[in-house]
Design a protein around this ligand. Structure first.
Ligand SMILES: Cc1cc2nc3c(=O)[nH]c(=O)nc-3n(C[C@H](O)[C@H](O)[C@H](O)COP(=O)(O)OP(=O)(O)OC[C@H]3O[C@@H](n4cnc5c(N)ncnc54)[C@H](O)[C@@H]3O)c2cc1C
Length: 484
């Protein structure tokens, strides 16, 4: 009899978990359960409300996905209209101290930009095409079967697809049901409690609107005005990123007290009044295709469940993705951390077998190492914002923040510092990469190139920006302060 697995959730974490299990044990029957009816295309859905906002796929996450789906995830995404952005020269990014990153001739890591719906759709299609043991079912999980020693499946609600029954037995269960996961309550139901949890909330609000890419601007670089965590004021940021379908996704984000508004006029004004108005200037002449979508508060906090430290943990239960830890989305890490965690799952199942004793613990410990990297990046900065809930900056945080600020400043004009920063933010190396001697030296001596306080645009890009500025597309919001 082939072994059976249940994966709870068909978001990115559920998809990479199913890929990991089927790669490591090809005969496994894997039921992926989701409370949503899954769409027949790259569409947003209720269970993944964050899908309306920008989702950057970092190089570390993409490389883990390539490993788990060895049929060319990158190529499939690009073919479907995603963009590949070189961090070294495909971006315009303004740092907190007011200087722009130099655009280097040398190449660095890349990231993928497209809608979250497209990423999930491509991964799901690959699973359906290449992994006959994987099937998707509509069902809301309500609890675990088994006991504190070993989980033996899940209980599902009455909305489940016909034929599933109220109880689904499995040799292994992966909880990938996202930040609202019921894991802790479900664990309590089988006698496990007292798991340490930490929440750090900067009150980040995301506001996103999609525009048609203006004619001629198809190759305009991804544009980002970063938030400043060092001046004691709320963080405010915005970016324009190219996505499939010849569109720009424009996301603004503000921490508590600096939230971007939902109304189109306010949204444009927000972008125009950042430390540099470039995002507002770009969109003032672009055609909006949607309303402004807003996600507030707890959907963007850093929330960590220290499952790897639990005094007691049942066999045959793995938790991955947002159900394990979430991070302030400004750093674009969640999907990558989920994929890196799934890579650990594949490796451990190959080494020790699906039912090997201690498998769950080993996977949770391995996944926690990737969580650590992302957590330190996100929380190390978030604690500095005013009115953050859940933590106060300690002396060590202030030292780390001072160093990150120095390294970022150096990275605007010293290749070695830029390269260290890219590697850490791409999740291709541990955070300690930023402390290697050449990066350290660059951070201490400052940027080799002079500060640039205007974006490093090519002449053709400057012409596009000039053309869009004030061009006020007929369907765009009126410029703030203007009478119509
Ligand atoms: C505003 C915002 C922007 C973000 N930007 C980025 C970014 O740029 N880059 C990046 O890598 N990450 C980003 N993230 C994080 C990213 O969305 C997640 O980390 C990533 O999607 C992994 O999520 P997941 O699959 O664990 O959970 P989700 O994507 O939330 O999926 C969980 C799934 O489980 C299902 N489910 C829930 N409960 C049950 C149940 N009881 N039974 C059955 N099914 C259930 C849901 O319907 C859903 O399909 C962002 C997050 C936010 C909030």
């Amino acid at each position: 009899m082939p072994h059976k697995a249940v994966v709870i959730g068909a978001g990115t974490a559920g998809l990479v978990a199913a890929a990991a299990l089927s790669l490591a044990e090809p005969t496994l029957q894997i039921h992926v359960l989701d409370r949503d009816e899954l769409p027949q295309g790259p569409e947003n859905r209720r269970g993944v409300p964050q899908g309306r906002h920008a989702h950057l796929l970092m190089a570390g996450g993409l490389s883990a996905m390539e490993d788990l789906f060895p049929v060319g995830v990158r190529d499939r995404l690009l073919k479907a209209g995603a963009h590949e952005i070189a961090l070294s020269n495909g971006m315009l990014a303004l740092t907190p101290d007011g200087s722009w990153f130099h655009r280097w001739k040398r190449s660095g890591p890349h990231m993928i930009t497209c809608t979250r719906a497209l990423t999930d759709w491509v991964l799901r299609q690959i699973l359906l095409e290449t992994r006959p043991g994987v099937s998707f079912h509509r069902a809301t999980v309500e609890g675990f079967l088994g006991d504190a020693r070993q989980v033996g499946g899940v209980r599902v609600g009455q909305d489940a697809d016909a034929g599933l029954g109220p109880e689904l037995e499995a040799d292994i269960v992966v909880d990938a049901s996202g930040r609202g996961s019921g894991s802790l309550a479900w664990l309590a139901g089988i006698g496990i409690s007292g798991i340490e949890e930490k929440k750090i909330d900067s009150g980040l609000t995301n506001a996103t609107r999609i525009y048609r890419t203006p004619a001629g601007a198809e190759s305009f670089p991804l544009t980002l005005v970063q938030a400043n965590p060092y001046n004691g004021r709320p963080g405010r940021s915005a970016m324009v990123l190219p996505i499939e379908g010849n569109r720009w996704m424009v996301s603004a984000a503000g921490t508590r007290g600096g939230e971007p508004p939902r109304d189109p006029e306010g949204f444009l004004e927000y972008a125009l009044t950042l430390p540099h108005p470039i995002v507002g200037r770009l969109i003032s002449g672009a055609e909006p295709l949607t309303d402004v979508a807003v996600s507030r508060g707890h959907s963007t906090d850093n929330n960590r469940r220290y499952l790897e430290k639990a005094g007691h943990w049942p066999e045959r239960l793995i938790v991955l993705g947002d159900a394990l830890a979430t991070f302030n989305p400004a750093y674009g890490q969640g999907m990558s951390v989920a994929a890196l965690g799934a890579q650990v799952l594949a490796r451990e199942v190959r080494r020790h077998g699906l039912t090997g004793p201690g498998l769950s613990r080993r996977v949770l410990r391995g996944a926690a190492r990737h969580v650590d990297t992302a957590w330190s990046t996100a929380v190390g900065v978030d604690v500095l914002y005013p009115d953050v809930v859940g933590a106060r900056p300690r002396a060590a945080d202030r030292v780390a923040a001072w160093y990150t600020n120095r390294l970022t400043r150096a990275a605007t004009g010293t290749y070695e510092a830029a390269s260290a920063l890219w590697d850490v933010t791409s999740l291709t190396t541990p955070a300690t990469r930023a402390l290697r001697p050449r990066a350290l030296l660059a951070a201490l001596t400052g940027p080799a190139l002079p500060k640039t306080s205007e974006p490093p645009l090519q002449p053709s890009e400057q012409r596009i920006l000039d053309r869009l500025t004030g061009a006020a597309h007929p369907t765009a919001a009126p410029r703030p302060g203007r009478t119509s």
